[in-house]
Design a protein around this ligand. Sequence first.
Ligand SMILES: *[C@@H]1O[C@H](CO)[C@@H](O)[C@H](O)[C@H]1NC(C)=O
Ligand SMILES: *[C@@H]1O[C@H](CO)[C@@H](O)[C@H](O)[C@H]1NC(C)=O
Ligand SMILES: *[C@@H]1O[C@H](CO)[C@@H](O)[C@H](O)[C@H]1NC(C)=O
Length: 413
Amino acid sequence: MGGLVVSAFVLSSGVLFLSCIFPVNGLSKVRGVNLGGWLVIEGWIKPSLFDGIPNGDMLDGTQVQICSVVLNKYVSAANGGGSNVTVDRDVASTWETFRLWRVSDNEFQLRCLGGQFLTSNSEDGLILATAKHPLSTETFFIERNAGRVHIRLLNGGYVQATNNHLLISTYQFQPGWDKNLATFELVIVANNLHGDYQLANGYGYDKAKMVLEEHRRSFITANDFDFLSWNGINTVRIPVGWWITQDPYPPSPFVGGSLAALDLAFSWAQSYSLKCIIDLHAAPGSQNGMEHSASRDGSVDWPSPEYISQTLEVIDFLATRIGNADPIELFQAGIGLSNVVVDLHYYNLFDPYFATMNSTQNIEFIYKMRAPQLQDLKAMNGPLVFIGEWVNEWDVQNASQYEYQKFGRAQFS
Ligand SMILES: *[C@@H]1O[C@H](CO)[C@@H](O)[C@H](O)[C@H]1NC(C)=O
Ligand SMILES: *[C@@H]1O[C@H](CO)[C@@H](O)[C@H](O)[C@H]1NC(C)=O
Ligand SMILES: *[C@@H]1O[C@H](CO)[C@@H](O)[C@H](O)[C@H]1NC(C)=O
């Protein structure tokens, strides 16, 4: 693996990340910038990427609840899935929440808490929550009118509630938008996944290819590398997704081209004397269910033996390709036989521990807890240690600029 640093499974958050590598074995200090939102899409970094998607509030992973306007009850998958479906809940919770799998702008599959899909594949037209793999009998055409929906099977019948609180798919006429048993209120309760899966599947291949080609061409350019190198930065960290190994034709819905962009980045890095850290940000199967791990619907299918071995293949691919392509650009970690680096991610966020701490306490935490920890790790004469992520953000409300600066200085010292 040469000295390529590949760090996997990181939790990204709000702001530009800076990394720094501490001097070990005579290495000089490395000051790096993360090039987030470029080859792995994170909607919060550039929300406009998603602007052109029809029904853009119904992307993969969007969580919806469905309420009958006549019965005023929510559709519920008993036990969270695996058996029948009723329309009998006054209050919607997890059994009444379905995650969308988008098939087209108007066609969707509905996934229950337990992972099963709603299906029309039953003898009497009942909708059940029993399908493991969604196909056409699990695909529903959703017609929207303000907050209301009609849900139709691909073969014609509309889904309706029955007076005895079941859900069937035998309504053969075009329902109106008044109060009738085939009209439902669609409540979108969470729409927070905006990653590569949502973008590519939301636009469909051709449009997604245009959008991503333009983004990859323009979001990070040689000028940025020039700017960084002029400003004392000597390393960039580049997040990539597992599908980069199958460029230019990765599995649907992913769009090829990220490998060519990475190759360009390496050539710019060479021109401007920057080092590169390649960060496998999205592992096969999704390591954390978040958008930057390219999860389809928030599920976490990593680790499994298969996904772990696929992950290792991705790391091998990157190490081999980059190593062969341009050994000078490899980060020379110099860590002896073990080929290990420790990538630390430090946040005073995401943990209730920090929630009640004021600015002084946050700053003292850095000096009293983190700094000694780093000193210990360095003193162990062990692997190279670097801070792959940190951020100048905290849970303190309404902090002054001065307090932010003190907090930033503490972390950078
Ligand atoms: C749903 O399934 C359960 C368990 O199989 C059964 O007891 C119940 O009667 C069913 N409900 C409806 C409305 O069919
Ligand atoms: C922060 O909390 C500590 C402990 O409660 C307190 O002594 C200190 O005055 C607080 N500082 C600020 C700036 O609020
Ligand atoms: C922060 O400031 C906003 C706006 O001035 C105010 O509404 C809010 O209560 C403040 N929050 C705290 C925790 O002081």
